[in-house]
Design a protein around this ligand. Structure first.
Ligand code: PBG
Length: 344
């Protein structure tokens, strides 16, 4: 060990109370600001939005107070407001007019996401449009892929449909595609399809570690995407498995994912931290609908201070290791932090 580490100053660093008084650095707001290790601000956030057909439509989503299904005109208005607040990226989910067994609305050139993406890019070229690539909002059975008679979801047959969906989003101008169906090989299949279609520059943000979670409940009401039979446990992961999560992340990285996502965020902060340690790719974390709903509901009852609980939650996700936070709180948190970083 060097003199520096073993000398008298190191010894005094090992000293304890009363020489060491951690409270010294907590005495004033300025001191606390100076030594704060983690901060969050609008540039960290991705704002998820739900888009539907029609004009001037705004259907509030009951279990997600403050969020709504929006027609494209209102989507543009809402996105412009987010941009004003310093948010640079949105994540789009679509509600098609019709559903069928193969989820054709997902890869229809004139589908809701395709239309919304091109309209949004035209109105606000600077906004980063990320699209969710999945079939569950578009299938009449509500599963994320091709459903077989025996109730299982066919993996390899689904890859083709997800690839078509991703390419159609990129054709419409999506800046990033985010496959969330949890089919094996989806990242690689989509990468190859994008490259073959001349979209070699469009990054894939892989929902790499996606658990079968009760915290998606409010989202399924919002996106009308609940499975009509069974559940998603045969394709989404078992939340008990962190080592398996690392294998999923590894696999997506190997398939060429540009950004790795961990979802949900709060019940899986350990997975975010392990992902941060193991990979040098950007790590995204999805602060999902149920996490949002819990906090909003408690705050509505006066049981929590909403602003501080929100900022503490977002900070925990960042501190665990996420570079990017996908959150329905994006606008509120941007308002709370200003265009700069969080000041508590
Ligand atoms: C699938 C998808 C889901 C969410 C994002 N993409 C739902 C699911 O897997 O059932 C959930 C997001 C949230 O709960 O906020 N298209």
């Amino acid at each position: 060990m060097s003199e520096l580490l073993t000398g008298p100053s190191a010894r005094s660093r090992e000293a304890v109370f009363p020489a060491v008084r951690p409270r010294r650095l907590r005495r004033t707001a300025a001191l606390r600001d100076l030594v704060r290790e983690t901060s969050v601000g609008p540039a960290d956030f991705v704002y998820p939005m739900f888009v539907t057909h029609g004009r001037d439509v705004r259907v509030p989503i009951e279990p997600m107070p403050g969020q709504a299904q929006l027609s494209i005109d209102n989507l543009i208005r809402e996105a412009a407001e987010a941009v004003q607040l310093g948010i640079r990226a949105v994540l789009l989910f679509g509600l098609p007019p019709n559903k069928d067994a193969l989820g054709t609305g997902a890869y229809d050139q004139d589908g809701i996401i395709q239309e919304a993406t091109s309209a949004l890019k035209q109105a606000l070229p600077g906004v980063l449009v990320i699209t969710d690539v999945c079939l569950c909002e578009y299938t009449d059975h509500g599963h994320c892929g091709v459903l077989l008679d025996d109730g299982t979801v066919a993996n390899d047959e689904t890859l083709e449909l997800l690839s078509r969906t991703a390419v159609s989003h990129a054709d419409a101008g999506a800046d990033i595609v985010a496959p969330s169906a949890m089919m094996d090989g989806q990242g690689g299949a989509i990468r190859a399809a994008l490259d073959a279609a001349g979209h070699g520059d469009v990054p894939v943000m892989a929902y790499a570690s996606k658990m079968a979670s009760a915290f998606y409940g409010p989202f399924r009401a919002a996106a009308d995407s609940a499975p009509q039979s069974g559940d998603r446990k045969a394709y989404q992961m078992d939340g008990a498995n962190a080592r398996e999560a690392m294998r999923e992340l590894q696999q997506d990285a190997a398939e060429g994912a540009d950004i790795l996502m961990v979802k949900p965020a709060l019940a899986y902060l350990d997975v975010i931290a392990r992902a941060r340690e193991a990979f040098d790719l950007p790590i995204a974390a999805y602060n999902v609908s149920g996490e949002y709903a819990m906090l909003r509901a408690a705050a509505a009852n006066g049981w929590l201070d909403e602003r501080s609980a929100m900022l503490e939650t977002l900070t925990s996700i960042k501190r665990a290791g996420a570079d990017i936070i996908i959150t329905y709180f994006a606008k509120d948190a941007a308002r709370a932090t200003g265009s700069g970083r969080m000041i508590r």
